[in-house]
Design a protein around this ligand. Structure first.
Ligand code: BG6
Length: 511
């Protein structure tokens, strides 16, 4: 499609993007306070934010620049990765402004266009505009149409206009397609950045480096040597006041369709021809197209477990069941846990199950990918059968980002006893500095015009096509609906999740 992106050539030092104005739609929302402003501040604190970058919040509530700035200061002080330095805030705070308007109000966009021109004149932002849509998907179309109407879909005076779109990107392939069509009516694909924050996590980015910058892994990265792959993302949190959204989503749409499928693609894809956004994303799409579809509820039943948390305890503290959480339907059939067995039907992965699971109210918060290698032949040292005799390579996405290789070693002493040991690489201790937050990296990439870590249109739609039949089966549209399995909060999911692997003679890694 397009030429290799010069920003990524050889992964050498990246030129700093030029300053732009970041316009955040949904400026008073949770994400803006918890993630976006703290990310922008941390970029500034690390010297990565192009000097003169301006930030403009766009939302419905009446507020002055000063009021919003103060709210953002409080939010950044609360949620920032680094402690806020007063001197830096004094200058950073001055780059923040607020623009009040309804999302559908033409006049608001007319004023926005004038204000952006003024910012360009006063701050040298060069007609470069980054629109961040941190709003519900039904607002995407309304906003981008108006941006176009007032000429804001293109940069000015040699600048550019780009749009970052937050999840959820639709609820199925048809709605994702409609959203794509709406946005494509305003912006070309090269200017659309569909965010999946898991791709911005340091260890997720390291998957490609691990695989393609080392010669030792690729020869064994296939069905001859790998027994199975387990991808897990668990969190101790429950629905946390997000029932309005979560009740229409559930774990499959919230975590699996996007974050975990993206991780699966990075692990399973073929080496791209170069590191351009389109080469990398093209390889990921091939994986998505190779996912074995589940066509009816019998196949879903065989391969997928849906669960919902019941009352239980998290770190010793009692927590209620999902159905009694605020704004949750007391008969809710929304899943808070999914475990599934997925096959990638291509030459490399023929017959290798990918076990994927994600859940709320798990015993621990964390995300990892475990590559479980086949066992050594059962001769010499490996006569006793047992789970411990296989090697595994575990990529810890969070927390304690790192990579660990489990292998067998001889216990010191006269007797020949063999125990599993770990070779462990930890980001924190190896590089001596904390990893940036995913949003920092992703916002900076969008400013620099690098879409590699963002989902392309076909990626999103293909991922939905895989998920759609599962949702439809659960809704009883493809045969009798598979059951909901309940699990106590604080456990690693329902028993049926363990049975899914036990049927294959395997077990989950412990969470
Ligand atoms: C979000 C989901 O995309 O990812 C949340 O909507 C989930 O439900 C979150 O809690 C997990 O992300 P992280 O980075 O906190 O692990």
């Amino acid at each position: 499609m397009s030429d290799p992106n010069p920003l990524r050539e050889g992964l050498t030092a990246r030129p700093q993007p030029k300053p732009c104005t970041v316009v955040i739609f949904g400026a008073t929302g949770d994400l803006t306070m918890r993630k976006l402003l703290p990310a922008l501040y941390n970029l500034a604190a690390d010297g990565d934010l192009p000097p003169k970058t301006q930030i403009l919040g766009f939302a419905r509530r009446p507020k002055t620049d000063e009021e919003w700035r103060k709210e953002m200061e409080d939010a950044v002080r609360k949620f920032s990765r680094q402690t806020v330095k007063d001197e830096l805030w004094a200058s950073f705070g001055q780059t923040i402004g607020y623009h009040q308007s309804e999302f559908h109000d033409d006049d608001g966009y007319k004023r926005l266009a004038e204000r952006l021109d003024q910012i360009d004149r006063e701050h040298g932002t060069g007609g470069r505009r980054l629109f961040y849509l941190s709003v519900a998907p039904d607002q995407f179309g309304i906003i981008v149409e108006r941006l176009k109407k007032f000429g804001l879909h293109e940069g000015k005076d040699g600048g550019w206009a780009r749009v970052i779109v937050e999840k959820p990107f639709g609820t199925d392939s048809a709605s994702a397609h409609r959203l794509n069509e709406q946005i494509a009516g305003t912006f070309p694909e090269s200017s659309i950045y569909r965010i999946d924050h898991f791709l911005g996590k340091e260890t997720a980015q390291n998957i490609m480096v691990l695989r393609f910058a080392n010669a030792i892994f690729e020869p064994i990265w296939n069905s001859r040597y790998i027994d199975n792959i387990q991808i897990t993302a668990g969190e101790t949190l429950g629905v946390e006041g997000r029932a309005g959204y979560y009740e229409t989503s559930g774990a499959l749409r919230d975590m699996i369709q996007n974050h975990l499928t993206q991780l699966l693609c990075l692990v399973a894809m073929e080496p791209p021809t170069d590191l351009s956004a389109d080469s990398v994303r093209g390889e990921k799409v091939k994986v998505l197209r190779s996912l074995r579809p589940m066509k009816d509820s019998a196949e879903v039943n065989e391969n997928v477990v849906r669960g919902q948390y019941a009352a239980g305890a998290i770190q010793g503290k009692p927590v209620p069941d999902y159905r009694t959480e605020k704004n949750v339907n007391p008969e809710s059939m929304t899943e808070t846990f999914v475990a599934m067995r997925v096959f990638v039907d291509n030459w490399r992965w023929a017959g290798v199950p990918f076990y994927v699971r994600s859940g709320k109210r798990m015993p621990k918060s964390g995300a990892e990918i475990a590559i479980q290698f086949k066992r050594a032949p059962g001769v010499l040292f490996n006569r006793q059968d047992g789970e411990s005799s296989g090697n595994s390579l575990v990529i810890r996405i969070q927390p304690d980002e790192g990579v660990a290789l489990k292998m067998q070693a001889k216990l010191p002493g006269g007797a020949l006893r063999i125990e599993p040991v770990k070779m462990d690489f930890q980001y924190g201790s190896s590089f001596g500095r904390p990893s940036p937050e995913a949003y920092e990296r992703l916002i900076l990439d969008a400013m620099g015009g690098d879409a590699t870590l963002f989902a392309r249109r076909d990626e999103v739609e293909e991922a939905w096509k895989f998920v759609d039949p599962i949702e439809e089966s659960w809704a009883g549209k493809r045969g009798p609906a598979p059951k909901m399995c309940f699990y106590p909060s604080g456990s690693a999911g329902p028993d049926e999740s363990d049975e899914l692997l036990a049927r294959d003679g395997r077990q989950w890694r412990r969470m």
